[in-house]
Design a protein around this ligand. Structure first.
Ligand code: M6R
Length: 606
């Protein structure tokens, strides 16, 4: 998803172009397919390229004349309107290049604006929605508006979502605005910064100001001002971010994904820290103070987070709370039974996913109580909702979600325990259940230490397709195992609740389609083994991920063993084996694991 960086430098040690390129490098994890920069001097110096950031750097290495100004903006683009060409890359300008713009989001009324501007004689050079903005500014300037007013008036014409930054020639100020796309300001000693996300400038400053929807900012080398749409100043609080630079590196692993898989024990410990009291069998989540036990729960989420929602649904249903999980883009609270006693939970690692944000807004409009379950402090989801529960995963760079899924599952386990008094529950005896959550990091560590997933992956490099089955708590992890494998290996994979296989997908099962079966000794083991026999009878190789190797020994070709634990905790451990299978398969196939084609880490368009 697009990334923005802006810098108003004070002429100190930091070189503007270096700051911009470094920031874009730190935003690469968001996913992109072109990149560009603009630096303001007497005129605007602009370079932009379709493709990797390295192509932009190569172009600048040959010719950086004119890029020595103190103020600039940069952008990594993830295509929405028009292919990833040089012309469609940002920054965009008007014909005279009297202003340059970078934008993240979608301008919904751009066709109407483009027509209006074309009729007034403006000509366009790209397919993008963004290009209307510099032309709108040009028109305001021609009418006599100063730079800031022209920017504000142009933004006032836009419908849709945007984080936008602009620079002008002969001007040391970066102008910016935000509506439904993230934008954060950084206050430094060598100047001031803005970006889509903190890692873009964290090496330069950890003092940040988060912009809210409808706010404008003006960054000069010496000052930062924030105002509303009418220009009235807004006083913002400055926050200090705790950041360990090691978190952003690969720590010796070949890929961020492998590092993040290995970080799961630590992430889970962080998630649990200070929240469980095992002896008393209680969970304390001070952030949820005032949240009553809801009459029903609806999860809204996408992709991996949707699978976490399905897992949470099972946890709450078995505690007696009617719960449904919705793919966020299909959710419309107005068509559902929703009132203030309904808790709508947006599960979103990034806190910026546009589909999830739209679902949460719809829930808020319908009067539901909303909760964001997110990894990113002060993200859009965190700010949209009545309550926030942070999953505390630490930064996740690889596009494939791994440790955040584990932390989501653990957070949902805590949420379910906190929401429903399960003191008398046979399914969740509180002490035993919390003990198993506490032991979870050790269980995962033992899988990481002993896993044979690499050998299993090696056996099936040439398979036609890969199927994943599981029942009950394991069914969402079957779906997640398939998503992870297809996302990073580009091989066909599908996950099913095990009982569904015989209702259609069994027709696809052959000796070239390995089936990964999640078998829990304490959760419908007999029924799942029955499903394994069905696929074995069709000659499909079977890989069991199980805490009870003996019971499956006669029916499987390979076993990926996991420690025995509570049946609701098992899928969190089992999933690690499936993450490793996907990783080693993708590695053997030499795929770009951290940045799979066509995908973005943070999907901020609907
Ligand atoms: O940031 P979110 O959790 O809202 O992202 C939702 C999905 O885009 C995300 O989980 C996606 O499916 C993963 N990258 C898959 O690994």
């Amino acid at each position: 998803m697009c990334g923005i960086i802006g810098y108003a430098g004070s002429g100190g040690d930091s070189d503007t172009l270096e700051v911009l390129l470094h920031g874009l490098g730190n935003l690469e994890y968001r996913g992109y397919d072109s990149a560009g920069v603009a630096v303001a001097n007497a005129s605007l110096s602009i370079e932009k390229r379709g493709g990797e950031l390295s192509e932009l750097k190569d172009a600048l290495a040959g010719n950086a004349d004119g890029f020595d100004g103190s103020t600039g903006i940069g952008h990594t683009r993830w295509s929405t309107h028009g292919p990833p060409t040089d012309a469609n890359a940002h920054p965009h300008t008007n014909a005279e290049e009297s202003v340059a713009i970078v934008h993240n989001g979608i301008i919904e009324n751009y066709l109407e604006l483009r027509e209006e501007l074309s009729e007034a004689g403006h000509t366009f050079r790209s397919d993008t929605d963004t290009e209307v903005v510099p032309h709108l500014i040009e028109r305001e300037r021609a009418g006599g508006a100063d730079r800031e007013t022209a920017f504000r008036e142009a933004i006032g014409r836009l419908e849709g979502s945007y984080a936008i930054a602009a620079v002008y020639p002969d001007c040391e100020t970066v102008f910016a605005a935000r509506h439904e796309s993230p934008l954060v300001l950084g206050l430094g000693s060598d100047g001031n910064y803005l970006a889509s996300d903190v890692p873009a400038f964290i090496e330069f400053t950890n003092r940040v100001v988060y912009l809210d929807d409808g706010e404008f900012a003006a960054l000069s080398p010496e000052s930062v001002t924030v105002s509303d749409g009418s220009g009235a100043p807004i006083k913002k609080s400055v926050e200090t971010i705790a950041w360990d630079p090691e978190d952003a590196g690969k720590s010796g692993y070949d890929h961020y994904m492998r590092k993040e898989i290995a970080e799961q024990p630590r992430a889970i410990r962080d998630c649990l820290r200070g929240r469980i009291e095992e002896l008393g069998g209680t969970v304390t989540l001070p952030e949820l103070e005032g949240l009553e036990t809801p009459s029903s729960v609806q999860f809204v989420a996408c992709g991996t987070s949707y699978h976490a929602g399905l897992y949470g649904e099972r946890l709450l249903q078995r505690r007696g709370i009617p719960t449904q999980t919705f793919i966020a883009s299909e959710y419309d609270a107005a068509r559902l039974p929703v009132d203030e006693s309904t808790l709508v939970v947006g599960v979103t690692q990034s806190g910026e996913t546009a589909d999830t944000m739209a679902a949460l807004r719809s829930a808020n409009r319908a009067g539901a109580t909303t909760l964001a379950l997110t990894n990113v402090v002060e993200s859009s989801a965190a700010r949209e909702c009545d309550h926030v529960l942070y999953i505390r995963s630490g930064p996740e760079i690889s596009v494939a979600a791994t440790k955040s899924f584990a932390s989501q599952q653990v957070s949902l386990s805590l949420l379910a325990t906190a929401l429903v008094d399960s003191a008398s529950s046979a399914a969740f005896p509180p002490r035993e259940y919390l003990r198993e959550l506490r032991r979870l990091p050790d269980h995962i560590q033992s899988v990481l230490d002993d896993s044979r997933a690499d050998a299993v992956a090696e056996e099936f490099l040439d398979a036609d397709a890969y199927f994943f089955i599981g029942r009950g708590y394991n069914a969402p992890v079957a779906l997640e195992g398939a998503l992870k494998l297809k996302e990073i290996t580009y091989k066909h994979a599908e996950g099913f609740p095990a009982g569904e296989l015989k209702h259609g997908p069994l027709a696809l099962v052959t000796e070239s389609t390995p089936v990964f079966a999640l078998v829990s000794s304490r959760e419908q083991a007999g029924a799942t083994i029955g499903n394994i026999k069905e696929v074995q009878a069709r000659d499909a190789p079977v890989v069991a991920v199980t805490d009870d190797p003996e019971s499956v020994a006669n029916h499987t070709d390979y076993v990926l063993e996991i420690p025995e634990t509570h049946p609701a905790v098992m899928p969190i451990v089992a999933n690690v084996q499936l993450q490793l299978v996907a990783y080693w398969l993708a590695n053997a196939l030499d795929r770009p694991i951290d940045k799979p084609r066509n995908l973005a880490k943070s999907v901020t368009v609907q």
